[in-house]
Write a protein that binds this ligand. Structure first.
Ligand SMILES: *[C@@H]1O[C@H](CO)[C@@H](O)[C@H](O)[C@H]1NC(C)=O
Ligand SMILES: *[C@@H]1O[C@H](CO)[C@@H](O)[C@H](O)[C@H]1NC(C)=O
Ligand SMILES: *[C@@H]1O[C@H](CO)[C@@H](O)[C@H](O)[C@H]1NC(C)=O
Ligand SMILES: *[C@@H]1O[C@H](CO)[C@@H](O)[C@H](O)[C@H]1NC(C)=O
Length: 316
């Protein structure tokens, strides 16, 4: 079935005929972002951090000069500084936040990630949002967590009047249900975040966003549920129908008009330290000292505070 046949029409037909129609939507490769392409496809988003992190987001030239970003033919590394003891009165740890030049509404995105930043005080994220007027254009946090705390937490942020039902067709566990403030789902796999993710060689995160739903999946590199073939091997198309039940599902219901809450979103990848989330939960995460003091004084400890991204593929 062609993607030109709108799912809403299929849903109506399905209701009318009282048969469960399979909605087969085939997406076509639009962008394959690998290695140096990250420098073309993203802008270095070096304005001060609005989450009050102990971080200094560097510009493109500085990040390259300090080797905080690095590209090879099949790798993009994004990391923090791991050599400098910080002046407590000076700026935070040098790090990187990048934002895609392209924005997306209906799309599939597949993130092949080999390694993510780890360590006490770290707050890495791969997410999508519309920056101006936030949260009116919505926000989807695909990869996010703090202080090595697994599993990965998938979140949606919207303007008021959007709540999710607890009972959904997803494998993850719902936490908050109120999207104004952040509704979220904990992934089932321990290997979906932090040191456990890295020890397992990482894995694939995938998103399918349509006007009436957002789905997020994770497949570990090794073990667990095997990733679908069109996720493992970059191809010219992707068919989400065969991907199984998502880890997280956010859908339009009478208590949330998702289509009205989400606009065109850019992809953001960043590594923050401390701040509103990692800082406030720092002690509760079992981390030593205070977050700011730990981040200021540790150097080689943060050698592992990096993303190694094999590719991002966008299908429309
Ligand atoms: C913070 O980042 C800015 C922008 O890249 C850079 O010019 C500055 O040198 C950095 N601060 C420190 C202390 O390294
Ligand atoms: C820059 O970072 C890359 C990736 O981590 C590493 O392979 C390379 O050796 C680093 N270069 C320098 C000069 O440190
Ligand atoms: C939320 O719903 C209330 C009551 O229907 C309405 O007055 C308000 O404008 C809505 N706010 C948003 C942001 O949709
Ligand atoms: C749940 O999702 C799976 C995979 O998308 C689908 O096959 C199944 O029919 C769905 N179940 C319900 C109750 O909607």
């Amino acid at each position: 079935m062609s993607r030109k046949l709108r799912p809403s029409i299929i849903a109506l037909l399905s209701l009318y005929l009282q048969v469960p129609f399979a909605i087969s939507v085939k997406y076509t490769l639009s962008e394959s972002i690998v290695g140096n392409a990250f420098y073309d496809k993203f802008t270095w988003f070096d304005i001060p951090d609005w989450n009050h992190g102990r971080v200094n987001y560097t510009d493109r030239e500085t990040s390259r000069r300090l080797n905080l970003t690095y590209a090879s033919s099949d790798t993009f590394i994004l990391r923090s500084d791991f050599t400098t003891v910080l002046d407590p009165a000076g700026p935070g740890r040098n790090s990187v936040r990048i934002i895609s030049k392209q924005t997306y509404t209906t799309h599939v995105a597949i993130f092949d990630v080999r390694h993510m930043p780890e360590g006490c005080g770290t707050w890495p994220a791969i997410w999508e949002t519309k920056q101006d007027g936030w949260p009116n254009g919505g926000e989807l946090d695909i990869v996010e967590g703090i202080n090595n705390q697994t599993p990965n937490l998938v979140s949606v942020h919207t303007s008021p009047n959007c709540t999710m039902p607890r009972d959904r067709n997803q494998t993850g566990t719902p936490a908050s249900l109120t999207c104004d403030g952040g509704c979220n789902v904990r992934m089932r796999s321990r290997e979906s975040f932090g040191p456990a993710f890295n020890a397992n060689g990482g894995g694939w995160f995938a998103v399918e966003r349509r006007p009436d739903f957002i789905k997020v999946w994770f497949w570990p590199r090794k073990g667990g549920v095997a990733a679908p073939r069109d996720v493992i091997s970059p191809g010219t198309s992707a068919t989400t129908e065969a991907w199984g039940i998502p880890d997280a599902l956010f859908a339009t219901t009478p208590s949330c008009d998702l289509a009205a809450k989400f606009r065109e979103n850019a992809i953001i990848i960043n590594l923050n330290f401390c701040g509103d989330w990692a800082g406030s939960q720092y002690g509760a995460s079992g981390c030593p000292s205070t977050c700011a003091n730990f981040v200021n004084t540790n150097t080689a400890y943060y050698w592992n505070a990096y993303f190694d991204i094999a590719s991002i593929r966008i299908y429309l």
